[in-house]
Design a protein around this ligand. Structure first.
Ligand code: GDP
Ligand code: GDP
Length: 433
């Protein structure tokens, strides 16, 4: 389900400090857009059993104050449209500024839950100062210090109450999202898939307002396409076009089971592509990579290998991902791409029986046991796949704390070699037995 928390506010109130704190256990996904004077950030955070995407709307536009304030206002509007919950951050040490009031006006008119977050409350003396923020008319004030972390737990406890739950329907169709940078060919691919087959296509209103799921049922494949390409709206401030497209991408990604990531063969894999890839990986989504516009590439017998190696280098260590070279305009390998997505979906739900898992993995572990640390030998006794919406394995052993990352990687590779989990992130846990 797509739960997005957007942090809005004027510069210097501490948005990126909070963002870093919320995503600290994970590697932050830093998005570096050209034309924007600082990075915009989005990443994955966790609180109790909830996983969600946090967006720091910190990017701002160089130029006159007018453009600058217009850009911030527009980001707030986009956040209202796209986010589940908005954190409106203000600074207790400066009180209320005009821009704070402007932002509050916009937020009051929106329909999304807004939390007024008074930041930099580093000590108790500053608590009283925050009362001034009641003047926004946006309800309770949540006092935090992003620097020390105080108050953030209480804030998140309240925030997650507004999250949408996983749908309970067991018989849902697989959901695929086609994502990628502007102009890579997303709309063309969707048109190629459904364009001339209107009779079998029914647009279905998505779970979230204004997101469209297209039902595809042809050639033995039935699934929902989470459509973002057709829904692009025009942002008034140029730099916000990117922001808008990132928001839509995150949302589509969160609503899908498998992400079909399209890369432009001519431009190659870029940082934004890699960010989307890692976001999919962290969200435990299946992934298929399409290298599109393959018709524009001059090829010899090494070209495919060169592309594959380059992509793998950038997506490492998660490299067990199907890569399909497509030309949407020449209708090359479009169906193969769909087959790959279906296979990945199947892999994502695959359950390896415990007996088979142990028959295959225990001899491998016996031949290559975990290296001993400080004279301690780890003995792995048995393995079981934990049920869930993506593959998770528990390795039961005497000393789980002594198993290091490289051995974990080794086990993951062996699982991948013996059971097809192509395109799917795998979780491995070591448990005491
Ligand atoms: P942004 O522009 O809203 O993203 O703000 P930043 O996160 O970049 O923070 C602006 C400045 O405020 C930085 O110098 C931070 O170190 C500082 N800051 C952020 N949070 C706190 C806090 O809780 N207490 C104090 N004293 N300073 C903070
Ligand atoms: P989107 O922004 O990702 O939805 O991209 P579009 O589907 O609008 O495609 C952008 C442009 O790339 C259009 O002019 C398409 O005709 C062109 N295009 C899409 N796929 C291909 C392809 O496989 N080969 C070539 N040569 N052009 C393509």
């Amino acid at each position: 389900m797509s739960n997005i928390v957007a942090i809005v506010g004027r510069p210097n109130v501490g948005k990126s400090t909070l963002y870093n704190r919320l995503t600290e256990s994970r590697k932050a996904i830093v998005d570096d857009f050209s034309g924007v004077t600082r990075d915009r950030h989005y990443g994955v955070a966790e609180w109790t059993d909830k996983t969600f995407t946090v967006i720091d709307t910190g990017g701002y536009v160089a130029g006159s104050d007018d453009i600058f304030e217009a850009a911030i206002r527009e980001q707030v509007l986009i956040a209202i449209e796209e986010a589940t919950v908005i954190l409106f951050m203000v600074d207790v040490t400066t009180g209320v500024t005009d821009l704070d009031d402007d932002i509050a006006d916009i937020l009051r008119r929106g329909k999304k839950p807004v939390f007024v977050v008074a930041n930099k409350v580093d000590n108790n003396n500053l608590r009283n100062e925050a009362a001034i923020f009641y003047s926004f008319g946006l309800g309770d004030i949540h006092l935090i210090s992003s620097m020390t972390g105080s108050g953030t737990g209480e804030l998140l406890d309240e925030v997650i109450k507004h999250f949408e739950d996983e749908p309970q329907d067991e018989n849902q169709l697989p959901k695929y999202a086609i994502v990628g940078r502007p102009n890579v060919g997303k709309s063309s691919l969707i048109n190629a898939l459904i364009g001339k087959e209107r009779n079998i296509v029914t647009p279905v209103a998505g779970t979230t307002r204004d997101s469209i799921h297209i039902h595809y049922n042809q050639f033995g494949h039935e699934f929902m396409l989470v459509d973002t390409a057709g829904l692009r709206k025009k942002a008034k401030v140029h730099e916000n076009i990117e922001f808008y497209s990132v928001m839509r991408t995150i949302k589509a990604l969160e609503e899908s089971d498998v992400v079909i990531l399209m890369i432009d063969a001519v431009e190659g894999i870029e940082s934004q592509d890699i960010n989307i890839f890692h976001l999919a990986e962290k969200n435990k989504k299946g992934v298929v990579i399409l290298v599109n516009k393959w018709d524009l590439i001059e090829k010899n017998n090494k070209t495919i290998k060169v592309f594959e190696d380059l992509i793998k280098e950038k997506t490492a260590p998660f490299t067990d991902v199907p890569i399909i070279f497509t030309s949407v305009v020449e209708k090359q390998r479009i169906f193969k791409a769909i087959e790959a997505a279906s296979k990945v979906y199947e892999n994502k739900l695959k359950k390896v029986p415990t007996s088979k898992l142990n028959d295959v993995m225990l001899p491998i572990i016996e031949a290559t046991p975990p290296p001993s640390t400080k004279g301690k030998y780890v003995k792995i006794k048995y393995i079981t796949q934990i049920s869930g919406s993506s593959p998770m394995f528990a390795f039961f052993c005497n000393l789980p704390q002594y198993i290091k990352e490289p051995y974990k990687r080794f086990l993951e590779n062996k699982l991948r070699e013996n059971f097809d989990f192509s395109g799917v992130p795998i979780q491995i846990y070591f448990r005491q037995k």
